[in-house]
Write a protein that binds this ligand. Structure first.
Ligand SMILES: Nc1ncnc2c1ncn2[C@@H]1O[C@H](COP(=O)(O)OP(=O)(O)OP(=O)(O)O)[C@@H](O)[C@H]1O
Ligand SMILES: [Mg+2]
Length: 463
């Protein structure tokens, strides 16, 4: 007889299996599930926190240590402590850094194993299935490598979702289904930037456009600070770079300074004899060009979606780097509105992955997401193209009808040139309409308007 037990951790009847949602980040990874009240929740495994640094340390015997414990070894054992492997995952061997001992797949597998372990510990149930998020620009081989890492970690990755899509899902489940929202998701994490323009209506999540890459991210902010200090302290760049533990210490100090400057105006510390001083204004000058890069990508994404910033109802901030006030200010300026900060930017992706897991479990059937298991060319968006065609058709058909009627009604007062010229353009316009040729419809609509305007306005003038 099948046994039904009650899960003490979740307070629900023990289901055959639980599907978790995982945000596999370059800096931090999170694992989330749906709680008994049907809300997505990030797992906080006793005392270890929600965010698990995506850092792995291997000891001499090859035994891995993951997360904060590994982070603590960055300085003392930099050579055996690996971070930010995400960008390298699924890349061909010849694109990996030379002499790299620990392979990205191996490192990612250890991170997933640890997440699985923490989830099983917190939920008191086996965890074998997961939805995992990836950046929208991840290629098919990178998506495949993510699945493989899952398999090696004992997790069947039943679905891959783009990070920004997952974030929009967390936001979207709180909406009135009839409410149509066009949103921009601005995700600046540790190792990448992505912006997606999405439309949500009736439970349908549609990606209108997306732009992104593994540059810039918060790691790049840290790097510019580090270089600035090397310069200010007159250190020899080459020999500093050749000393891994010094580099790690400087890098960690740089990150600390950056985070401090999100809430204060000056950071002033020393590392041995090295002055680590930075004020907010200098920091903003150091990162300005990178932030401008992200703003330009936002502009391109909005243009690809054939929209203007005014058409964006809400801007979601995702990723730890959006806590930098300068970043927030630039985003606010571009969109002309305060971003929506209702949802924690660290957790929004993982929560969305958990909601997707719930959908895969047969719940929330009213939600429809794009299929992102395979990489998609982001532009041109077919949805945007269809909208442009619909709009051109509406205008073209209306004008063709009115112009046709007009020359019939006024055929005795119009010149034969007016009539034959109009008919000629009308024929071409009708052909373009039957072929769904957006550009041709547009240009013939304009031509017909211009050709008929002189005599139409003369005849329609009130006498
Ligand atoms: N208060 C803060 N102010 C500025 N930056 C911060 C703050 N807190 C965290 N960060 C930065 O956010 C970055 C990590 O963000 P996040 O955890 O969202 O990245 P990730 O999801 O792991 O990366 P990716 O999405 O690129 O894979 C790091 O560079 C970190 O230094
Ligand atoms: Mg992220």
């Amino acid at each position: 007889m099948a046994k039904i037990s009650i899960n003490l951790a979740t307070g629900t009847l023990q289901k055959a299996e639980i599907i978790v949602g995982i945000d596999l980040g370059a800096s931090n990874s999170l694992i989330a599930f749906i709680d008994p009240d049907r809300n997505p929740k990030v797992i906080n495994d006793t005392g270890k926190g929600h965010l698990m640094p995506s850092i792995v340390h291997f000891d001499a015997a090859g035994v891995p240590l993951i997360g904060n414990e590994a982070r603590a070894l960055l300085i003392t054992d930099a050579a055996n402590t690996v971070l930010s492997q995400k960008a390298l995952l699924g890349r061909p061997e010849n694109e990996l850094p030379q002499n790299q001992v620990y392979k990205p797949l191996q490192v990612t597998t250890e991170i997933l194993k640890e997440l699985k372990k923490r989830a099983e510990h917190a939920l008191k149930t086996p965890v074998n299935k997961a939805v995992v998020t990836v950046p929208s620009y991840f290629t098919d081989s990178q998506r495949m490598a993510t699945r493989n890492a899952g398999r090696l970690a004992g997790l069947d990755v039943i679905k891959i979702v783009n990070e920004t899509t997952a974030a929009s899902l967390t936001y979207g489940i709180g909406l009135d289904p009839m409410d149509q929202k066009t949103i921009a998701v601005y995700d600046l994490g540790g190792g990448s930037f992505t912006v997606s323009v999405m439309r949500i209506h009736n439970g349908i999540f549609e990606v209108l456009s997306t732009k992104g890459n593994s540059f810039p991210g918060g790691d790049d902010f840290d790097r510019t600070i580090l270089n600035y200090w090397i310069d200010k302290n007159n250190l020899d760049a080459a020999s500093t770079a050749a000393t891994p533990s010094l580099m790690q210490q400087l890098r960690l100090k740089a990150e600390e300074a950056k985070i401090a400057l999100s809430t204060q105006n000056i950071y002033n510390e020393k590392l041995g004899e090295i002055w680590c001083t930075l004020d907010r204004q200098t920091f903003e000058q150091l990162i300005a060009a990178m932030v401008t890069d992200t703003i330009n990508l936002c502009k391109q994404a909005i243009a690809d979606a054939k929209l203007t910033t005014a058409a964006i109802d809400d801007v979601l901030l995702v990723g730890g780097s959006t806590r930098t006030p300068y970043v927030k200010a630039q985003v606010t300026e571009l969109f002309g509105k305060q971003p929506n900060e209702q949802i924690n930017p660290d957790e929004i992706v993982a929560l969305g992955a958990a909601i997707q897991a719930d959908i895969m479990d047969g719940n929330r059937s009213f939600i429809s997401l794009p299929d992102e298991d395979m990489y998609k060319e982001p532009a041109p968006s077919s949805a945007a193209a269809q909208r442009m065609l619909d709009q051109a058709r509406a205008e073209g058909e209306q004008l063709a009808y009115l112009a046709g009627q007009f020359i019939e009604r006024h055929r005795f007062v119009l010149t034969s040139m007016d009539i034959s010229g109009t008919r000629e353009i009308l024929d071409k316009l009708r052909a373009a309409l039957s072929q769904d040729d957006t550009d041709m419809i547009r240009s013939l609509t304009t031509e017909l308007n211009e050709f008929t305007r002189p005599f139409a306005s003369r005849l329609l003038k009130p006498s």
